[in-house]
Write a new protein. Structure first.
Length: 280
């Protein structure tokens, strides 16, 4: 049964990744193209300022291994499908483990709860603190730090959710289920609120004179020594919609996995799932 569950999870994840790719290819990729054009234009403007100031010029831009068309079609599509399949496999493992402790929760409802919880801690929680950014946002030197913070936020979210579930089960033995659920949820939100307040923002990592006089992760207008704007700041609309489409693409993957598995679960597990859950 374990192999069948994981196999269905992989297939649903790959399907979700395919749909997310189509969504992102239509809506997100044009924004990425504009972000790349912005970055190139800003670099040209910065080079012109540096040249006028007599600074040494670095003309080595490296070699492009893959064309932009290859990246946004074959590479992006393949990556989304593989990533979706991996998420589907991870979902299946968590679902199988949760099935033994599901109590009276039906296989269908459990599938929706597990997929919703995984979307919450793997995507929604880190997105609130460290949302996705298009090219030209942030400095290359801070990539490692930004990645570590993002993964750290995921780990904290997972631990906080597990602790909230444990607390809810303990409180449910003394209080009613509704009160226990509210108390556990409030604790989850409180812990994450404190963590988000303590962790540094991406803007603090990206502080740079060329971005303005204060720490920010979004490029501000580029000015010459006299204070005249020679290149505009990054468009706020593009940043907003890129982030919106990024989280929406992740949501598509989890909806396909959760709803798809909820539809398959009764047929896949049958009475065995109910017996396993009730015996826990």
């Amino acid at each position: 049964m374990e192999k069948r569950i994981i196999g269905r999870g992989v297939l649903l994840g790959a399907l979700g990744g395919s749909l997310a790719f189509v969504f992102a290819r239509i809506l997100s990729e044009p924004i990425i193209d504009r972000a790349i054009a912005y970055e190139e234009g800003r670099d040209d403007a910065q080079m012109a300022l540096d040249k006028a100031a007599g600074k040494p010029m670095d003309m080595d831009h490296g070699v492009e291994l893959f064309t932009r068309a290859q990246q946004q079609n074959v590479g992006f599509g393949f990556g989304m499908i593989v990533f979706g399949a991996a998420l589907g496999a991870l979902f299946a493992v968590v679902y199988f483990l949760a099935l033994r402790r599901a109590g009276k929760i039906s296989p269908r409802n459990l599938a929706l709860l597990v997929s919703g919880g995984m979307f919450l801690v793997l995507d929604a929680v880190p997105f609130l603190k460290y949302p996705a950014n298009p090219p030209s946002i942030g400095h290359h030197e801070t990539t490692g730090a930004r990645t570590a913070l993002y993964l750290g936020m995921i780990a904290i979210g997972v631990v906080a959710l597990c602790a909230a579930i444990w607390l809810g089960r303990k409180l449910a033995a003394r209080l009613d289920v509704w009160t226990a659920g509210v108390a556990a949820s409030a604790g989850f939100v409180l812990v994450l609120g404190v963590v988000m307040a303590v962790l540094p923002s991406l803007g603090q990592l990206s502080a740079n004179k060329e971005y303005g006089d204060f720490a920010t992760e979004t490029p501000q207008p580029l000015k010459d020594p006299s204070g005249t704007i020679v290149f505009p700041g990054f468009p706020a609309d593009d940043l907003y919609y890129f982030r919106l489409y990024s989280i929406a693409a992740q949501l598509i993957v989890w909806v396909v996995i959760g709803v798809g598995f909820a539809w398959l679960a009764p047929r896949l597990l049958g009475d065995r799932a109910t017996e396993t859950a009730q015996a826990a």
